[in-house]
Design a protein around this ligand. Structure first.
Ligand code: URP
Ligand code: ZN
Ligand code: ZN
Length: 472
């Protein structure tokens, strides 16, 4: 049981429309929506006058506590989900990463154990880190018994996570058979390995080498290849962290000929360019090292056009944060800098600032991009991503006039770095409800470990049948 909460006087915004109404939460769910609702005895009342009341964010791309490149992601499931709540996100989908040859079911058990600390609801994707009969056979149980219905593949990280096309093809066929959604990290790992070796031979060892070794063509080529494989196998494809004009164009072309490709991008890719890697301060340059990298000027604008036209319909964060000390593992060699940046805390605040405040996005499209589309694609809608009676009381209350300056020193993410350091934003999420619990209340983070629930998801009959995302 959670306390009754009445949200009074706000503008309720979904991916479909907006209207002024009160909203009552009871027992973890939305119990009533109406023009004027009476507060039940003992209810907490939140005055949302001047604010937008939106579905809590669904971040479909996080990596909490992930072991990676000789270290472990700095946010665990408690700190990472608490930070998410402080920014209005109430659901994450995190990637389970089996070791080489490890049973994916065993890896899932490890992730379940870690995620017991989560303070908001969570589901899992599975990384296909190796391929073989056992993986293929366990996929059936993952989909049907465990609610893991999306599988991520890598065309990058040669010698590590990268799979040959032959295995990807076999695994795509298996996804099709099971009604599972393949996801692709689309960068050409062969070319990147060649360029890394070449740059090192030439003495380029600084973080700048990271971007130079991963040119945009590598992402364009791999995105096109992944789409071609999915098209021929006749399975939908979800392309994660799209960062280039070439990849967005490949997705747009495929969509226009009827191929079911869903494109995800990150707020950072819409605003930050590769000049960050030339910063003379190693900590700042390395702090931005992620794959794919931030791109040369011009790409963010091309991505914006793809967002505006609905080609890219989902925003995630690829939240994978490391401290400055962890990034120094690559002080002498850019290939050893742990790959990843934080972002789960300010995804919604930053997308509002970059998109709605500039007039590029309507508030309804903002909801589509931050919760509803991900909820629909990953079969969580309308429990998540919707404001309707019976839906989970996962709610973000956004005050367009409550500005702040983003700083690592004051953020809740467990790191001393932020790619948004020093950015002034005009509005922010001031209250978050997660399953009816008031977890973020006017600057007070009340998140408790262990209150998040696991979201087992259904296979993708609806997606395969043609359901899509909203392009409002
Ligand atoms: O650099 C990144 N993106 N780290 C996380 C793993 C991934 O590829 O998504
Ligand atoms: Zn990736
Ligand atoms: Zn990722």
């Amino acid at each position: 049981m959670t306390d009754d909460i009445l949200i009074r006087g706000g503008l309720l915004v979904t991916d479909q429309n907006s209207r002024r109404a009160d909203l009552l939460c009871h027992d973890g769910r939305i119990a009533a929506i109406g023009e004027t609702l009476e507060a039940p005895a003992g209810a907490t009342i939140i005055d949302a006058g001047g604010c937008l009341v939106m579905p809590g964010g669904v971040d479909p791309h996080t990596h909490m506590q992930l072991p990676m490149m000789g270290t472990v992601v700095a946010d665990d499931f408690f700190t990472g989900t608490a930070a998410a709540a402080a920014g209005g996100t109430t659901t994450i989908l995190d990637f389970v990463g089996p070791d080489r040859a490890q049973s994916p079911l065993d890896a899932l058990a490890v992730w379940h154990e870690r995620a017991r600390q989560a303070t908001i609801d969570y589901g899992f994707h599975m990384t296909v880190s190796w391929w073989g009969d056992r993986f293929s056979s366990e996929m059936a149980s993952l989909v049907h018994d465990h609610g893991v219905t999306s599988f991520k593949f890598f065309l990058a990280y040669k010698g590590g996570l990268m799979l040959p096309d032959e295995d990807i093809l076999a695994a795509f066929l298996r996804c099709r058979e099971l009604g599972a959604l393949p996801q692709m990290h689309a960068e050409n790992g062969e070319l990147i390995a060649y360029l890394q070796a070449k740059l090192r031979t030439e003495g380029v060892l600084s973080p700048k080498g990271h971007a130079l070794s991963r040119p945009s063509q590598c992402e364009g080529e791999a995105t096109g290849r992944a789409i071609t494989m999915a098209e021929i196998v006749d399975v939908p494809l979800y392309v994660v962290h799209v960062s280039t004009a070439e990849a967005a164009e490949a997705i747009a072309k495929a969509q226009s000929r009827g191929v079911r490709v869903i494109g995800e991008t990150l707020p950072g890719f819409l605003a930050i360019d590769d000049s960050v890697y030339s910063n003379p301060d190693f900590d700042i340059a390395a702090g931005h090292v992620m794959s794919p990298p931030y791109r040369p000027a011009g790409h963010p604008e091309a991505l914006w056009r793809a967002v505006e036209t609905g080609v890219l319909s989902i925003t995630g964060t690829d939240h994978c944060c490391f401290t400055r000390a962890q990034k120094r593992l690559g002080a002498d060699d850019f290939t050893k800098i742990p790959n990843g940046c934080g972002g789960v805390e300010d995804r919604m605040n930053m997308l509002w600032e970059l998109g709605v405040r500039t007039g590029r996005l309507s508030p309804e499209r903002f909801v589509a991009l931050t919760s509803a589309n991900a909820a629909r694609i990953f079969n969580l809608w309308p429990r998540k991503g919707a404001l309707q009676v019976g839906a989970d009381a996962d709610i973000a209350i956004f005050d367009p006039a409550r500005g702040k300056t983003i700083q690592a020193a004051t953020q809740h993410q467990n790191t001393d770095f932020s790619v948004w350091e020093g950015r002034r934003i005009a509005g922010s999420v001031v209250h978050t409800l997660a399953g009816g619990r008031h977890v973020w209340a006017d600057g007070d983070l009340r998140a408790k470990p262990g209150s998040g629930r696991y979201l087992a998801r259904q296979p993708f009959g609806a997606v395969y049948g043609g359901a899509g995302t909203s392009r409002n």
